[in-house]
Design a protein around this ligand. Structure first.
Ligand code: V47
Ligand code: SF4
Length: 400
C-alpha cells in the first residue's frame, strides 16, 4: 500500500525530538528498542509518527498481506468461579438462571453444526467451573478429533489449565501432555490481562498470576506447541505497566519462539465491576497497536479483534502495525456482546470482510491457525450473490 509518509520523511524531519529520531533510526535499521524507549513512545509518540514506524515494520514483514481465519467459537459456560473486575461473566455466578453450562454432548452438537462449513479451527474458551476438569476437557478434545481430525483445536488458557491441573494434583508438564495427547493443537492468548501484580491483583486477583500464565506458555512452547498472547489495556494501568507486560512477552518469545500473534484487547466497560472506568479513545487504541508492533520485534503478527473495536477502527489499525483481523464463520451460534462492543451485531460475510481489507489497499489472505495460506483472495472476483460458502461473524468472547 502506498503510505502517506515513509520512514524517510520521519528521519528527515528536522523538528523531531532527538530521542524520537533515535527510535526511528532503530526501526529503520531493524533494531530492537529498549523498555525506556517503549515508555517514551507511549508518552511522547504522536499518532502519525507511530503509524509510520509501525507500518514500516508491518510492510517489511508482510507487505500488504492481511490475514483472517475462518473459525468458530464455543463457550462451554458463561459462569465462572472467579471474579475478575473487568469481566461481564463473573457476576453470573450469583445469577445462574442467566447462564449456561453445556454438557459434553451439547458441545459436540455445536461442533457438528459446522460439519459442512469450511472452517479450519475451533476456539474453545469460557468461564471456569469445577465440573469441567482434566478428564472432561481431555474427553472433549478426543471426541472433536475423532469426529473431525483436521479441525485445529485452539483451546483454553492458563487460567483454566492452572485451575484443573492444580485440582488434579498434576504438574503443568503432565497436564499439558495429557491435553496434547487428547488433541489440543494450540493455546489462545486469553487470560494474560496485565501481568504486573500491582494491576493484576486489582482486576483479576483470584486467578493464576502473570508468572504462572507465562510459565504455562513456556512449558507448552517447550513441548513444541504454539500460542498467542493478549494484553487487556485501557483501564487502571499506566503506560509503564503496558511496557512491563510486553517486555515479559518479548523475553519469553526470545527464549521459546512459540508465540504467533500479539492481540491487544481494548477494555470495554459495559456491565462489569469496572463500568465507572472510562474507555480508551480510538487514537489511544491506534497508538497502542503501533507501539505493540514496534516493541514486539520478535512477534510475527499483530491481531486486531475487530468486534471489540468496530470495523472502521479495524481498517485503520491495518496502517498501525496490524496484519491480522480475527475472523470466524459462525452464523448459527449466539453472539455475545456482554462487555459493550461497538458491534452489537458483529456479523460479516467473507465477501464483506474481503471488501473491508481491500478498501484500505491491502491483500486479504485466508489463513489457517498456523498462518498457512488457505486461500488468497487478492484477485478473487465474487459472483453477484456469492457468500463464499457461509457467513463470517465474530462473537465477543469475554472469558479468560
Ligand atoms: O482474557 C474480558 C478479555 C479475553 C473484557 O488467541 C475483555 O486468537 C475487553 O483472549 N473488555 C478473551 N476485553 C478473548 C481472547 C481472544 C480473543 C480473540 C482471539 C484470541 C486468540 C483470543 O477477553 C480475556 C480478557 O482479557 N476481556 N472482558 C472486557 N470487558
Ligand atoms: Fe472468569 Fe475469565 Fe471472566 Fe475472569 S475473565 S471472571 S477467569 S471468565
Amino acid at each position: 500500500m502506498a503510505t502517506i509518509h515513509s520512514i524517510d520523511t520521519i528521519l528527515a524531519d528536522k523538528l523531531l525530538a532527538p530521542e524520537l529520531r533515535q527510535i526511528a533510526e532503530k526501526v529503520a535499521n531493524g533494531e530492537r528498542i529498549t523498555e525506556a524507549e517503549g515508555l517514551l513512545l507511549y508518552e511522547k509518540g504522536e499518532m502519525g509518527y507511530l503509524g509510520v514506524l509501525a507500518n514500516h515494520i508491518r510492510e517489511r514483514k508482510h507487505g500488504d498481506k492481511t490475514y483472517f481465519n475462518r473459525n468458530f467459537h464455543i463457550e462451554p459456560t458463561n459462569i465462572c468461579i472467579y471474579t475478575c473486575a473487568f469481566c461481564s461473566y463473573s457476576r453470573l455466578i450469583k445469577q445462574r438462571s442467566e447462564g449456561w453450562e453445556y454438557t459434553l454432548d451439547q458441545i459436540m452438537d455445536i461442533v457438528r453444526q459446522y460439519d459442512n462449513e469450511p472452517v479450519t479451527e475451533v476456539h474453545i474458551v469460557g468461564g471456569v467451573l469445577p465440573q469441567y476438569d482434566v478428564a472432561f476437557y481431555a474427553e472433549l478434545f478426543r471426541q472433536i478429533k475423532a469426529h473431525r481430525p483436521e479441525l485445529h483445536v485452539k483451546a483454553l488458557t492458563p487460567v483454566e489449565y492452572h485451575y484443573i491441573f492444580k485440582k488434579a494434583k498434576i504438574s503443568y508438564e503432565e497436564g499439558l501432555r495429557i491435553m496434547k495427547e487428547a488433541g489440543l493443537d494450540s493455546m489462545p492468548g486469553g487470560g494474560a490481562e496485565l501481568f504486573h501484580p500491582e494491576i493484576r491483583e486489582k482486576i483479576a486477583g483470584d486467578k493464576c498470576t502473570g508468572l504462572q500464565w507465562l510459565d504455562m506458555h513456556r512449558i507448552w512452547h517447550q513441548m513444541g506447541g504454539l500460542s498467542n498472547a493478549t494484553m487487556l489495556y485501557g483501564h487502571i494501568e499506566t503506560f509503564a505497566h503496558r511496557v512491563h507486560h510486553m517486555e515479559e512477552l518479548r523475553k519469553l518469545q526470545d527464549e521459546t519462539g512459540g508465540f504467533q500473534t500479539f492481540i491487544p484487547l481494548k477494555f470495554r466497560n459495559k456491565d462489569n465491576q469496572m463500568s465507572h472506568v472510562p474507555e480508551s479513545s480510538v487514537i489511544e487504541d491506534l497508538r497502542n497497536y503501533a507501539i505493540g508492533r514496534i516493541y514486539l520485534d520478535n512477534f510475527d503478527h499483530i491481531k486486531a479483534y475487530w468486534p471489540m473495536i468496530s470495523r472502521n477502527v479495524a481498517q485503520l489499525s491495518l496502517s498501525f502495525g496490524v496484519d491480522d483481523i480475527d475472523g470466524t464463520i459462525d452464523d448459527t451460534t449466539k453472539i455475545y456482546s456482554m462487555a459493550g462492543s461497538e458491534e452489537q451485531n458483529p456479523a460479516m460475510s467473507t465477501k464483506d470482510l474481503v471488501k473491508l481489507i481491500r478498501a484500505v489497499g491491502r491483500k486479504p489472505i485466508e489463513r489457517d491457525t498456523l498462518y498457512k495460506v488457505v486461500y488468497d483472495f487478492t484477485d478473487h472476483i465474487f459472483e453477484e450473490d456469492e457468500v463464499f460458502r457461509g457467513y463470517v461473524s465474530l462473537p465477543i468472547v469475554t472469558a479468560n
